[in-house]
Design a protein. Sequence first.
Length: 395
Amino acid sequence: MLFSVSPPSVVFSGFNSTVLWLIFGGLVIGVGITDTGLGNRIVSKLIVYLNGSYHRLIGGIIIMATFFAFLMPTGMGRVLLLIPIALSISDRFGFGEGSNGRTGIVLAAVLGSVLPGFAILPANIPNMVLVGMSETQCQISLLYGEYLLLHFPVFGVMKGAMIFGLILWLYPDRPRENMPEELIKTGPTSRNEVVLSLMLLILLSFWVTDSIHHIAPGWIALGGALLLMLPGVNIVNSQQLNQKINFFILFLAAGILGLGGMISHSGLGDKLANKLISSLPLGEEKPFLNYIFLSFTSTLTAIATTLAGVPAVMTPLSNKLSQVTGLPIKTVLMAQVMGFSTIIFPYQLPPIVVGMQIAGEKLSAAIKFCFILAVNTILFLFPINYLWWKILGWI
């Protein structure tokens, strides 16, 4: 704005996107899940089934963390909720500090909370930035159900299975003690928990069926947030709204979306696209190479810009990349998900760093694990995902 690089309508275009309301709704819902005690109640009901073996314990934690990605659309919130539970489980099973079992449980909780969430539309910030950039730059609205079908079978289910297998391989262990029937004591179900549970079911049903009613996920999330704050419901009150909602995330998302608009408006997007096209072996007769190079480009971009910056850089290039590769523009847009869901270094995703610090685990464990997971993702999940997209008709 100071140097008139772009007009106000471009610089502040991020505030016109429904993605801001998707993020806001997710933050309000996350506060409700935490403060009503519903999160702890769900966890306590699930973990009693983990007794028996280390395999069941690690697998159960990953499934539980992924399940929360459908309910709580903030990766950091899920990590902050599950890490104390994971440490409590570790203590009850007899895994002391520095043991393989403790490290494995923490990694299962942290990575299970964030990585499969990239396959669920409102679960992580980069997903929502991609939705906003697609709206503002390409006039394309991404639907919850469409996004879930496209990404969750491979980068949700198979990615979770890969995390499970690598933890058992890198950090093998066995429980020292049996887990009691009740790991976390909870009182009777409150009225707020019942109301919030029903509301979450309604929101999920609307998100999953958005291909039928065509209501944007952002408006659904905003409607849910407003219902939670109504005087008669009052699950999230004004004090909680002021003290526990991190509004910085909203300005961060709007700023990234505005940056993407400036890249496109200034002509930098076209120059970057031309440079990229001339340096990569892209062509209409090479669908697999096109897919791989687009995925790799997004992966490498995430190292330089961190994850939320990938859509800001790549989305303005999508039209030209679509023309050169012959791929539909929505396929070019969705290739970004492979890039920002493939974490090579933990610093790219703050919830990983925060989760390891809170748990008192060495970050070196996450560094080693993320690198090995990234290599396996590129070698195995990228080709499998290509076949899945081909079956769905996206390639």
